[in-house]
Design a protein around this ligand. Structure first.
Ligand code: PGA
Length: 248
């Protein structure tokens, strides 16, 4: 049995006070019930300390949205895996499509970040997914395979299956256009098959316009173990509802 995981990606949103209020509200609600899921939020780095303090003993995990591929040194603007670990992070997103698209990160860079994160005990959440043009050209599987293979090459298959993979079709991120449960399941099946038997216990998340309207149907799919939630994770009631749906 794979334990569901729901992760909120706050992206570059909010304020210091707002992040404390948002995480406080999630913490309060999450600790209320008996939990059979894992839940985490990924605030901007500058809010990590405040959010960590707010989440203490709540059972809600903390993650970062990005990590340096380097350990330390002259890398202006970067934040290392050991720094994130020191601030209480359990998870870190790696290779999010916005990093790939807006900041030109390659699959090899994402793989190097994956290795750096895992080396410091963080659980990488490797984001993979195709653009609309790639899907229309019938290349969705090929693109996802290339993104996975880069990590397998750098970190090894065993390391990848110990982490979390989030399938996020780029055309569904922030657009309100969610992949159909069948489309999402198709790619999940492909990912598990590509990684082989060892991937049976690996958690696979879906991401891209997940909302209270569509989450339940997505979670019904055999290979979807949870969600990476952007926009809806900024609204505590919506995020908690999605967590409850994952638990159900
Ligand atoms: P979205 O973002 O839910 O706002 O589409 C998801 C993500 O980027 O992880």
């Amino acid at each position: 049995m794979r334990r569901p995981l729901v992760v909120g990606n706050w992206k570059m949103n909010g304020s210091r006070l707002g992040s404390v209020e948002l995480s406080g509200s999630i913490a309060k609600n999450f600790s209320a019930g008996d939990r059979c899921i894992d839940c985490a939020v990924c605030p901007p780095d500058v809010f990590l300390a405040d959010v960590a303090a707010t989440l203490a003993n709540s059972g809600v995990g903390l993650g970062a949205q990005n990590v340096s591929q380097y350990e330390e040194g002259a890398y202006t603007g970067d934040v290392s895996a050991s720094m994130l670990a020191e601030f209480g992070c359990t998870y870190v997103l790696v290779g999010h499509s916005e990093r790939r698209t807006c900041f030109g990160e390659s699959s090899q860079q994402a793989a190097a970040k994956f290795v750096a994160a895992q080396g410091k005990g963080l659980i990488p959440i490797l984001c993979v997914g195709e653009t609309l043009a790639e899907r229309q050209a019938g290349r969705a599987f090929e693109v996802v395979a290339e993104q996975l293979d880069a990590v397998v090459e750098a970190a090894g298959l065993s390391a990848l299956v110990e982490a979390v993979v989030a399938y996020e079709p780029v055309w569904a991120i922030g657009t309100g256009e969610v992949a159909s449960p069948v489309q999402a399941q198709e790619v999940m099946t492909f990912i598990r098959a590509r990684l082989g038997e060892k991937a049976g216990a690996m958690r696979l998340l879906y991401g891209g316009s997940v909302s209270v309207e569509n989450a339940a149907q997505l979670f019904e799919q055999r290979d979807i173990d949870g969600a990476l939630v952007g926009g809806a994770s900024l609204h505590p009631e919506q995020f908690m509802t999605i967590c409850q749906m994952a638990e159900a």
